[in-house]
Design a protein around this ligand. Structure first.
Ligand code: ATP
Length: 261
């Protein structure tokens, strides 16, 4: 039965690159206020799914509805309600954060003074305010990541797509970010969280989706997934559901080759 409350509704989504079929029929209903942990092996198609939802990738079949509208026919208005932290960002290194945020504010049509006051306060909370008017090229990895997180949230979107958002963040910042995600979800934001850091996914997600061989092979809370499998941690469940048990032999062969001169 169709869930009228779905913020994201995906039906029979398929996507190929050339002859290679990456997504083989994804069906998903995501209600408001959920943190979705989206996991899968390297190359499984997680970023592809996210880019389709963002309207960056076309050429798929099936339907993707966001906030009740088919994104292939419903115009770009929905993009104002979306925030995105990409896995690999093409950030404009020659700009300062001030200039970059000003550019983003222009795209979203946010009044400049209000935007800059908000941006500066957010940067202050992340401990990077002093770099507000420095070129992004001078930032450390973690500082760039913090700026990307701020940019994804500056327009107060309803849906967040976070693709490996903790990349480069120190342990203290990770704690802050996890709390932020939790609070955002409590405020009714929907968060699509894609990561390989299984212990974090296990802890932060209300619902975990595992993509394998182009299909969702597990969908439920961590407790539900655990009850269905014999193994305990999400890492072990991941190994089991993706049919992987060769880590010891691969590591052994790898080191043997390294030592061969
Ligand atoms: P990772 O965990 O490594 O980031 P992912 O699950 O996000 O992987 P995708 O980036 O969606 O995976 O890629 C899925 C598959 O599609 C991979 O096999 C990749 O090589 C292929 N692919 C992705 N983008 C393209 C492209 N533009 N052209 C051709 N093949 C592509």
């Amino acid at each position: 039965m169709e869930n009228k409350e779905s913020i994201i509704s995906i039906k029979n989504l398929e996507m190929s690159y050339g002859n290679k079929k990456v997504l083989k029929g994804i069906n998903l209903e995501i209600p408001r206020g959920q943190i979705i942990g989206y996991i899968g092996a390297n190359g499984a198609g997680k970023s592809t799914t996210i880019k389709i939802m963002l309207g960056i990738l076309s050429g798929y079949t099936g339907t993707v509805e966001i906030l009740g509208k088919d994104i292939s026919t419903g115009g770009v208005e929905y993009k104002k309600k979306i925030g995105y932290v990409p896995e690999l960002a093409d950030i404009y290194e020659n700009l300062t954060a001030y200039e970059y945020i000003s550019f983003i504010g222009g795209v979203y049509g946010i009044e400049e003074n209000k935007l800059m006051t908000k941006a500066e306060k957010l940067m202050d909370l992340f401990g990077i305010k002093d770099a507000f008017k420095s070129r992004i090229s001078s930032y450390s990895k973690g500082m760039k990541q913090k700026l990307l997180i701020i940019c994804s949230l500056i327009h107060n979107p309803d849906i967040l797509f976070f693709d490996e958002p903790l990349s480069g963040l120190d342990a203290n910042s990770v704690m802050v970010f996890k709390e932020i995600m939790d609070s955002l979800a409590k405020e009714g934001k929907t968060i699509f969280y894609s990561s390989h850091i299984m212990d974090v996914v296990e802890k932060v997600s209300d619902r975990i989706l595992l993509l394998n061989d182009g299909q969702i092979v597990a969908d439920g809370s961590f407790e539900e997934l655990k009850n269905n499998q014999k193994e305990g941690s999400l890492e072990e469940i991941f190994n089991q559901l993706t049919g992987f048990n060769e880590h010891t032999s691969i590591a052994k062969d790898f080191v043997s080759l390294v030592e061969e001169v």
